[in-house]
Design a protein. Structure first.
Length: 346
């Protein structure tokens, strides 16, 4: 997916385009030890998921950079801070005072400061998300052999990576969820990108990050089929963890886009096969089917973007219906075998 990464320096805005394969997220996987409170996926109370407000704690320090606030920030987020610094200020040395000086300078930009304030106002209360995630977490425990969600943080990055994944921690950048009509988005993001920047998608994206980091493993040299099935598995699991959600919200399609795919499913499949793209490993071709875009370039300008992902979802649905498989069986079935066992033939 094409993301606009924005860095704020000395009052200027510098734009960088970075390409990602992910459907709607760019995942930053960080090595090293997790915070002591997030040592493993089973460390917290399964009765209630609570979202940890790194965004508020950092903001408090920026507004009042006292020694006590700094000490509290370091103690609470000792191992998250280096990863956060690498994403925002390209500096992970959180043991040096310069690190915190640069963080304050970064967030002192007038525009970014306004975005930060808007994010805190929009997300003053996460209780509705916590309730959804608590229900989903119980379904994870039931379906994945007592696995569960890790600690969940939120941060503000300045329109940089949506998601950071560390051992025992997933964090979302909430400044990317201020609503598709948020004024500041319009100069940086296209319409097709902003449709995925809705507040209600926070729950989905926490779960999606967990699925991709813990369950649906990427193939080292993937084909188009591998990528389609990976995304199809992810969407299917999301549908089971969020059973009350409309399918359009799971994939971030409009009803018209979903209808177009349904009406043209047979033709989409024919084009993939006719062009010998199913086992293609060229990312330039793969990206045309799965990356966020105004339309799927291998099809027609009438198509929605990411049509290959939608087809992958249909293959997975067919597999699950025909084989009555569990979610654990699903994640462990290779793409080629899954396609064969699905009997998919629209």
């Amino acid at each position: 997916m094409l993301y606009l990464q924005v860095e704020f320096e000395s009052g200027r805005i510098m734009k960088y385009l970075i390409c990602y394969i992910a459907l709607s997220l760019s995942l930053i996987s960080c090595t090293g030890q997790s915070d002591s409170r997030a040592a493993n996926n089973k460390a917290h109370n399964t009765d209630q998921i609570s979202i940890i407000r790194f965004d508020k704690d950092l903001h408090s320090y920026i507004k009042d950079p006292s020694e006590s606030n700094l000490t509290g920030l370091k103690n609470k987020y000792k191992n998250f801070l280096p990863a956060f610094g690498r994403v925002t200020i390209n500096n992970s040395d959180s043991y040096r005072s310069e690190f915190y000086t640069r963080l304050r300078q970064y967030f002192s930009n007038q525009m970014l400061s306004k975005i930060y304030d808007d994010a805190l106002t929009t997300f003053s209360d996460f209780s509705s998300y916590e309730k959804e995630l608590t229900k989903a977490n119980q379904l994870i425990i039931e379906n994945f052999q007592d696995q569960q969600l890790p600690f969940l943080f939120v941060h503000v990055s300045g329109f940089k990576e949506n998601v950071m994944v560390l051992p025992g921690v997933i964090s979302l950048s909430v400044d990317k969820y201020l609503g598709q009509n948020y004024q500041a988005y319009k100069q940086f993001f296209e319409d097709y990108q902003r449709i995925q920047m809705q507040p209600n998608l926070i729950t989905r994206d926490f779960l999606r990050a967990w699925i991709l980091s813990e369950q649906v493993k990427a193939v080292e040299t993937p084909s188009l089929l591998d990528e389609m099935i990976k995304e199809g598995k992810t969407l299917y699991i999301l549908s089971q963890l969020l059973p009350d959600w409309e399918e359009t919200n799971l994939i971030s399609y409009t009803s018209d886009q979903m209808k177009w795919c349904t009406d043209n499913e047979k033709d989409i499949w024919k084009i993939i096969i006719k062009k010998n793209h199913l086992y293609e490993q060229d990312y330039q071709i793969i990206n045309k089917y799965i990356n966020d875009a105004p339309y799927t370039a291998t099809l027609t300008t009438d198509s929605p973007g990411r049509a290959g992902i939608w087809v992958g979802w249909q293959i997975v649905k067919a597999y699950m219906t025909k084989n009555k498989a569990s979610l654990s069986q699903l994640v462990n079935t290779a793409s080629q075998q899954l396609l064969k066992d699905s009997g998919y033939n629209p």
